[in-house]
Design a protein around this ligand. Sequence first.
Ligand SMILES: NC(=O)CC[C@H](N)C(=O)O
Length: 372
Amino acid sequence: MSLYSRDKAIIALSDGTVEHGYAIGKKGTTGGELCFNTSMVGYQEIFTDPSYYGQLMMMTYPHIGNYGTMSRDDEARRVMIAGLIVRSFSWEHSNSQADGNLQQYLERNEVVGITGIDTRKLVRHIRSKGVMNAVISSDELDEERLVQKARDWDDMVGLELATEVTRDEPQTVHSDGPFKVAAFDYGIKQSIIDNFVKRGCTLRIFPAKGDFREELEQWNPDGFFFSNGPGDPDATAKYALDIVDYAKETGKPIFGICLGHQLMALSEGISTKKMFVGHRGANHPVKNLDTGLVEITTQNHGFAVDEEALDESRVDITHKNLNDGTIEGLRFKNFPGISVQYHPEASPGPHDSRYLFNQFMDMIKEGKKEMA
Ligand SMILES: NC(=O)CC[C@H](N)C(=O)O
């Protein structure tokens, strides 16, 4: 496709809403759950966040592509979003550090997208009607057929997607520090790995599925980490709780982010629920109930721990979202564990919540002292 495409494209929602625009990225047809992200920067980190696997990404910031792409900004080896919707696509970029332009990046990663869309209107629509599926197409422009396709698309509820994005084999990421953390990869972001390595943790990263008990016994980690990831936490829990339970039995500190947080709650019998509209952006206010302080956080989730299912003999709520009151963090009472629904690695986003990695490191240091 030449730069400055004027090839037509359509986005069709499962409720019959149709909008016309122009093709970006690869020509073709794609579909998924229609999400929106309100971050003003960090589009490349968002597109490569494995938790977005299977979702169409609508950016509310209107100007996307203006600073190009840089390979060091990737959160994973490939683009994970299923499609892209923007208001005003930048066919050209201006950034002395960029190593490419977004159109070429999207084409190389085979991402189908659409520009020229009134994203503010579509976001308001989803916010009033609730999250739904959609289809983007630049090779088939029949509105009715595309709406039907959106209706037929798999529902996110019940979808198991972590095995689509996890690694095939365990991998060790070394640091020069003394700590060993076993991390479970349901779609782990590179910036989470970097945050551990920076704090002196050598990580042994395990695939989502498999029996690694024997290897874990031998390696004897100082702590466990359960990662972020795509899909319905209930569907991942069907196989993942086995290893969460193992980690709990060891008595070592456990930390969970996003999907990992949801899995830890599920392992204590506390259910999750699909949200009316998810949280995706880099300015969500969260209150730390231990300190009373408010942190501005990066978020990306469509499910949440159900407050009604909370069991106070098993968990304390440590963090709450100030926009809608949903649970954002838990401390576990029957094992040394903390977890947050949001993203302390904040890539992109403000660094207010990085202290959570330090808090986990303190738990690990404490645990090692007790063992000595
Ligand atoms: N970032 C994540 O780990 C997302 C978790 C889960 N897939 C959700 O949407 O709620």
